[in-house]
Write a protein that binds this ligand. Structure first.
Ligand code: HEC
Length: 105
């Protein structure tokens, strides 16, 4: 009979393998718009999932919605952003990927 801990570590390694594959694909396929805050976004938002998540949500998120998303990533998911990082990242997301911002190339 399988022990629960074994099952969990199998699931975790599968998730890890998937996220490594995604991160590798990102480097060649996804370039976010240049601008202040991009470095923080790349550093803080690509460790758990692809930066595609930002593009997917871009059409309908205004600044308040980005604030909510980033806070959720920090408080619920455990993203390691300082209060300063959050301000910079939200400003970046609103400027380049906010509802009504110029479409990403
Ligand atoms: C600690 C891991 C982690 C980090 C770091 C992280 N995220 Fe997430 N993110 C998740 C998970 C897990 C989901 C899927 C949650 C769900 O489906 O409810 C998610 C989902 C999302 C979504 C989809 C919409 C939603 O609300 O579920 C967006 C957009 C997003 N993240 C943006 C970001 C941004 C921007 C950053 C950087 C500030 C970031 N994420 C950093 C774990 C993380």
């Amino acid at each position: 009979m399988l022990h629960k801990g074994v099952v969990r570590s199998v699931i975790l390694s599968a998730m890890l393998a998937a996220s490594i594959a995604t991160a590798a694909a990102d480097e060649t396929s996804l370039h976010l718009t240049e601008g202040p805050g991009l470095t923080q976004v790349q550093a803080s938002c690509s460790m758990c999932h692809s930066l595609d998540y930002i593009l997917m949500n871009s059409p309908f998120q205004d600044k308040a919605a980005w604030e909510k998303t980033v806070n959720k990533m920090v408080k619920v998911m455990g993203a390691p952003l300082t209060a300063d990082d959050i301000t910079v990242v939200v400003a970046y997301l609103d400027a380049h990927y906010g509802k009504g911002a110029p479409a990403a190339p």
